[in-house]
Design a protein around this ligand. Structure first.
Ligand code: ADP
Ligand code: MG
Length: 653
């Protein structure tokens, strides 16, 4: 007589039902030999399913010992129990428990996936089993496209894919018509003849009669245990090596399971496309908003700073007015030529350029346009960094002699001399009623000088005062500081001097260094603000992911139970949901990056002189952030799925 493959001693299983304890199994002892075909019968509620769950290591007894091939299962941890289920037991359920999102063949392959069998072997073996069970042509169908009998055959194939020695079937024919039921019984008998141990739970006496041993339960106790065959036909015990017979726990195996988890996650996302998209939307918007705001901020800072540096360094400009943006600045006439002369006497000032400005109608041969007339000194162009395109600039003599020489900008040239080879040089243009000779054209500068759409012309300030404005007040005085003097000191000295001359501080001094500092610090404050908003929006996106993953887990508790029953480890379940959360958020992150880049391209095309760029570093950071969100916020739901109790999960359908 061989040793029992299944050996229960004084097994008790109690369930807490409110305040009372329900005893489902009471001190039950039972041995089953390898190769036996056993039917367990009894009325509903007698404890049959509870017993089968304990046999299959889905559930643990409250007390008593259970040995499988001599090994005490109470000494095994969750993963070792999963290995036992995966490699030695095959489950057949009354309701088939196939996964609806997968094809029949893919359902059959699941236990082999967790066993680490390679894809090609898996596919071949699933095909062989399906054809052996007479459903070869149904491998590509979804479970809901199959009849009950066909589904049960697919589930038997799943039970056999890892070549289980013990088949545990709970009411396998309970949901089938008589003919399909008969077919399933015939298959079970065939498996029995191959030497497998078959344990079937049934309440149908006809089904029970096909077994060679019938055990009857009542109120959790065995009330009869008899043999139908005169002679037991059980086989010698096949050796069950209780260690894992995985093809390995190596790298190939792990990456194969990861690939499978990814495939499953994609299947799950495809099954709930709208939901996956809406979940992604939070991440998409978050990542797109953050990346484009950061890029826009960088671009505008770059532009402003480059505009400022085109003003030249080591210069300060004095304007009338109490403060920047003083609305009455235009009416304050206290900044006059005498101030500029006085400043010119100072040793720390290397150059003084008074400026005046007014608006005029310019005319040339019947062409007319409004222009901004700037009266400036001869050194103005150099200080402002303007470049001559054609002709020449006016000199100090022209300023002294109040000559009517005019330098035009590129916009003015385009307006009046678009087709003129000489670009207007040497021609007479009328500014109001004053004819002026054009001596030069200055080039258009990207960003800085003369980049807007206005037409500007430049004359000696003496000419503008004499011919147009008629008074001595100035728009500003541009000062170039000597190289060996600090800008701050010079600024203080200028302030003191002008305050003395005016008996009041009715002017403001613009220092490019100050502006640069202000802009840089403003941008930094803005960047902090954006970062705060970014964190908030990404956390909100992450909570969205977590929420949907929790919904997904509770919707798929049945699926999780089936996967655990066929041998998924906790880490497999954890991985599957974690991969799903990570995929959702990293795909969302990628979409967000694409959206931000498209937005940047659109802005670059719409706004000339503006360069929104995305560095590979910021793209990488955005992608990693979105992936990190998936992992961080997916972990809790995934862990929750992984730690479900297999029986509880299975019974929740
Ligand atoms: P059968 O499969 O023979 O119909 P079960 O094994 O399902 O019977 O149940 C046996 C007894 O244990 C029943 O009284 C049932 O109500 C109880 N029972 C089974 N599972 C649970 C559970 N998870 N919680 C509480 N009581 C349970
Ligand atoms: Mg039952």
């Amino acid at each position: 007589m061989s040793d029992p493959i299944i050996d229960l001693r004084s097994i008790r299983r109690e369930f807490a039902a409110g305040d009372t304890q329900v005893v489902a199994l009471a001190d039950l002892s039972l041995s089953i030999l390898p190769g036996e075909m056993v039917a367990i019968i009894g009325s509903s509620g007698s404890g049959k399913s509870t017993l089968l769950n304990i046999l299959g290591c889905l559930d643990r007894p409250t007390c008593g010992t259970y040995r499988v091939a001599g090994k005490n299962v109470s000494e095994l941890d969750a993963d070792e129990l999963a290995a036992l289920r995966r490699e030695h037991f095959g489950f057949i359920f009354q309701r088939y428990n196939l996964l609806g999102d997968l094809s029949a063949a893919a359902n059959v392959e699941i236990p082999a996936v967790y066993a680490g069998t390679n894809a090609r072997q898996r596919r071949t073996r699933a095909g062989q089993l399906l054809s052996r069970l007479g459903v070869a042509d149904r491998g590509g169908h979804r479970p809901n496209q199959l009849s009950g009998g066909q589904q049960q055959r697919v589930s038997i194939a799943r039970a056999l894919i890892n070549d289980a020695e013990v088949i545990l079937a709970d009411e396998p024919t309970g949901a089938l018509d008589r003919r399909s039921g008969e077919e399933v019984l015939r298959i079970l008998e065939e498996l029995h003849r191959e030497g497998r141990t078959i344990v079937t739970v049934t309440h149908d006496a006809g089904v029970a009669a096909r077994a060679e041993r019938i055990i009857e339960l009542r109120d959790g106790k065995i009330v009869s245990d008899r043999r139908t065959a005169t002679e037991a036909t059980h086989m010698p015990a096949p050796a069950i090596p209780l260690g894992s017979r995985d093809s390995g726990t190596g790298w190939a195996n792990a990456s194969g399971r990861l690939r499978e988890a990814t495939r499953m996650a994609l299947v799950a996302m495809a099954a709930h496309r709208l939901r996956a998209f809406l979940t992604m939307l939070g991440i998409i918007i978050g990542i797109a908003a953050v990346s484009s705001v950061v890029a826009l901020g960088n671009a505008s800072q770059r532009k402003v700073l480059s505009d400022i540096s085109s003003l030249g360094t080591n210069t300060i400009e004095v304007f009338p007015g109490k403060d920047f943006g003083d609305a009455r600045a235009g009416k304050i006439k206290t900044l006059v030529l005498a101030d500029a002369r006085a400043l010119d006497q100072q040793s720390f000032i290397a150059g003084v350029t008074p400026t005046v400005s007014t608006s005029m109608t310019a005319r040339y041969r019947g062409n007319e346009s409004n222009v901004l007339v700037n009266g400036v000194g001869e050194s103005y162009f150099q200080v402002k960094g303007a470049k001559l395109a054609m002709g020449r600039l006016f000199d100090a003599d022209a300023v002294r002699n109040i000559e009517r020489q005019v330098v035009i900008d590129d916009n003015t040239r385009k307006t009046f001399f678009a087709d003129d080879q000489t670009a207007g040089i040497g021609r007479i243009i009328w500014l109001g009623t004053v004819p002026c000779r054009i001596v030069g054209v200055i080039a258009q500068q990207q960003g800085g000088f003369g980049s807007n759409q206005n037409l500007s012309v430049y004359l000696p300030y003496t000419t503008v005062q004499a011919q147009f404005t008629g008074d001595r007040s100035l728009r500003s005085v541009l000062l170039r500081i000597s190289d060996d003097v600090s800008t701050t000191l010079a600024q203080d000295a200028v302030t003191t001097l002008l305050t003395q001359r005016h008996n009041a501080k009715d002017f403001v001094i613009l220092n490019t260094d100050d502006i640069r500092r202000t802009i840089t610090s403003t941008t930094q404050t803005l960047a902090l603000l954006v970062a705060a908003i970014a964190v908030i929006s990404l956390v909100v996106g992450g909570i969205g992911v977590m929420n949907i993953m929790l919904v997904s887990v509770s919707e798929r508790i049945g699926e999780i139970g089936v996967r655990m029953a066929v041998g998924a480890r906790r880490s497999d379940i954890l991985q599957q949901f974690l991969v799903e959360a990570t995929l959702i958020s990293s795909i969302g992150g990628l979409a967000g990056i694409v959206l931000a880049v498209l937005l940047g391209v659109a802005i670059n095309m719409a706004v000339p002189g503006f360069q929104v760029t995305y560095s590979p570093f910021s793209i990488g950071a955005a992608f990693l952030t979105s992936t990190g969100i998936g992992i961080a916020f997916g972990f809790f739901p995934a862990r929750r799925a992984a730690f479900l109790d297999p029986v509880v999960a299975l019974s929740r359908d």
